[in-house]
Ligand binder design. Structure first.
Ligand SMILES: [Zn+2]
Length: 107
């Protein structure tokens, strides 16, 4: 996958209170709901993307992180949602394991 926008610079001091960037997508269930029109030919599964903090933006295969607002697209076979997120936005507080209010699916 390619990063479509680079919001967090390596080593930059960021104010944690500004996160998550997209609070209404803190819930994994809400994120999963955005994938209703996810392209069926994409190698990526909505469940994996939602789990990695990503939700569908409704265009092509473009997804965005609820926490860092980093955008990714052009997913390829063999990509891992979590690894791509980490690769492109490694200062993301969700990726770093901070409590940013993520609400995982229950059960
Ligand atoms: Zn992120």
């Amino acid at each position: 996958a390619e990063d479509m926008q680079y919001r967090l610079r390596t080593g930059e001091i960021v104010d944690e209170t500004l996160y998550p960037k997209v609070p209404h997508m803190r819930s994994e269930e809400a994120r999963l709901d955005t994938f209703a029109s996810w392209p069926s030919n994409s190698p990526m599964r909505p469940t994996d993307l939602a789990q990695a903090g990503l939700y569908y933006m409704g265009q092509n295969d473009l997804v965005q992180c609820f926490c860092c607002a980093g955008m990714m697209g052009a997913w390829e076979s063999g990509d891992s949602a979590w690894e791509e997120h980490e690769k492109h936005y490694r200062n993301c507080f969700f990726i770093l394991g901070h409590d940013v209010g993520n609400m995982p699916l229950v059960g």
